[in-house]
Design a protein around this ligand. Structure first.
Ligand SMILES: NC(=O)c1ccc[n+]([C@@H]2O[C@H](COP(=O)([O-])OP(=O)(O)OC[C@H]3O[C@@H](n4cnc5c(N)ncnc54)[C@H](OP(=O)(O)O)[C@@H]3O)[C@@H](O)[C@H]2O)c1
Length: 266
């Protein structure tokens, strides 16, 4: 009983202390936390770099950390970055990471990783590759949902309460009939968009904001593999623009937001 009273008193004093600090205009001492997937290369590596430079605590995941030399180098220069192994095609890998971080508040859960697949295995007139279809759907559509579920309590405990997923304009249902190709990848992103919008409806009353971000064309391995390389922006510019959109996210309607903040039709 005495222990409970002491705890309640301590909590009241802590709450009073922080509101008094705010009232006095003192800067907040809160260090926000980011968890970003697919941080070994491309846009994910730039997210890790830029959030670390903003002095966030960054949990950067990679499928094979021993092969993530640039991320390793970043971690050696910044103590606020930790690298974790995470294979999004493996449910057990997701639940094990969530177990490890139980109780750790996460301000922004950034589902960045994505898998394009081979263009030839998902084009009409070629042979459809069903195992590849499954992996694309699993990594792009299912894994962000499972991550959101596995880390929900962490996000609820964070101050910003944001769940983000990187989607693609070529997954827009409205714009889909403009050109063909990359069918599995585009289906996976449309499915991701629907899943995350449904998730938003589930978590809205708990204060979570869900953002679906469209990076546009970015010069990464994925764009090179797609055959559209040559006119995209740098991963550095893309991450900077997308972080601006994440910072400004306060709408609880999970719209598709382009890197420049405009709305892409669903
Ligand atoms: N680049 C563009 O023009 C563009 C346009 C629209 C949307 N996007 C989206 O932006 C996001 C980032 O793409 P990017 O351009 O940076 O692509 P990227 O350079 O190909 O990087 C993809 C990342 O996802 C990771 N990944 C793939 N499968 C995984 C798995 N099973 N488990 C864990 N990680 C996995 C990769 O890890 P490994 O190195 O281990 O494979 C890599 O870190 C993706 O969601 C993509 O769909 C990109």
């Amino acid at each position: 009983m005495t222990k409970v009273l002491v705890l309640l008193l301590a909590m009241t004093l802590a709450a009073f202390g922080s509101s008094a600090a705010l009232a006095a205009g003192e800067p907040s001492t809160h260090v926000p936390t980011l968890l970003v997937t697919g941080a070994n290369r491309g846009i994910g590596l730039e997210f890790a770099r830029q959030y670390v430079e903003r002095e966030w605590k960054v949990i950067a995941t990679a499928r094979d950390p021993s092969n993530a030399s640039e991320l390793q180098q970043l971690a050696s220069q910044h103590s606020n970055l930790v690298i974790e192994k995470l294979d999004l095609a493996d449910n057990a890998s997701i639940t094990a990471l969530a177990k490890k971080y139980r109780g750790q508040p996460i301000d922004v859960l950034l589902n960045n990783a994505g898998y394009l697949g081979e263009p030839d295995g998902q084009a009409l007139g070629k042979t459809f590759d069903y195992p590849m279809f499954e992996e694309i759907m699993r990594v792009n559509a299912y894994a962000p949902l499972l991550m959101s579920q596995a880390f929900l309590e962490n996000v609820l405990a964070g101050e910003q309460k944001k769940i983000i997923a990187l989607t693609s304009g070529i997954g827009s249902v409205t714009l889909a009939s403009r050109f063909g190709g990359l069918v599995f990848y585009r289906m996976s992103k449309a499915s991701l968009d629907l899943g995350m919008r449904a998730l938003q409806a589930d978590v809205r009353s708990r204060g979570i904001k869900v953002g679906l971000l469209v990076p546009g064309e970015v010069e990464t391995q994925m764009l090179r593999d797609s055959g559209y390389s040559g006119r995209g922006k740098s991963p550095d510019d893309a991450a900077r623009a997308l972080i601006g959109v994440i910072d400004g996210l306060n709408d609880q309607d999970a719209k598709l937001l382009s890197f420049d903040g405009t709305i892409v039709p669903f």
